[in-house]
Design a protein around this ligand. Sequence first.
Ligand code: NAD
Length: 290
Amino acid sequence: MTTHSSSAQILDGKALSVQVLDELQATVSARIAAGKSQPGLATVLVGDDPASHIYVRNKRRACKKVGVASFHHELPAETGQRRLLELIEKLNQDPKVHGILIQLPLPKGFDYDENEVLSTIHADKDADGFHPFNQGALLQGREAPIPCTPKGVMRLLDLAKLDLSGLHAVVVGRSNIVGKPVALLLLARNMTVTICHSRTKDLAAEVRRADVVVAAVGISELVQGDWIKPGAVVLDVGINRNAEGKLVGDVDFHAACQNAAWITPVPGGVGPMTIGMLLQNTVEAASLKD
Ligand code: NAD
């Protein structure tokens, strides 16, 4: 952990993600030494979105690093939903595949229905935790694969070693992949949770009450430094380019450092954790089949 020039301590996602991958590598080696199956992750990329190609490449590299088998499938954008679903069904049946990841977004202008595609993945192989069954399990507080970015947020929050029970969390953003699952995970830790969104009347007033702030909006530096309650923990999920083309989060980092006790930087905070959590979900899925 490094200390910033002001009072806030940095929650270092880059360092923690290296540690997570090292731990997973040890777990996978021990599995294989014990004669258990090698965990396998299937990645499916439809179309030729350059950013998606980079994301999938990074996920496959991480598989290699920790010893998870990587099964990659690339389909042209015009493949169509029927063939994509057939591939998913095949992967559902394949005992070497423990996790299936469909890289989103699916190409626009074709007949893909994201919800139907994600629901076709077997819930036990849902490495991203986006299947409605698993989202329902999260709502009910039952064991299930947890979406990777929210899971990474919680791992970073745990570095602050706070007794969260009864504290107030404010989550800004209500997407199914970040805002809502993060809010449920915080609630499961007995926090009092407020979810803010684009129609929230006075965002500043809501954030000012927060002991823990999670920003998952996608607007450069929306959350102002003087909104942060002294001593709060700030977890910034946003990845944006500002007017100068610099990568920034949803929080004005430098100003927020004046008030926060703990804060994630962008880049190097929440972002690097996501791949580690994806592989953790895959390894956990394999161990459930032992
Ligand atoms: P999204 O667009 O699906 O949702 C954004 C949410 O922000 C919506 O719920 C909306 O109501 C809310 N919002 C919009 N304007 C607002 C305003 N003015 N005030 C308050 N709330 C407002 O986005 P998402 O998929 O949840 O992603 C959010 C951000 O997190 C993006 O910057 C994305 O790039 C980033 N992200 C990072 C990772 C990662 O680190 N690995 C993963 C997923 C998303």
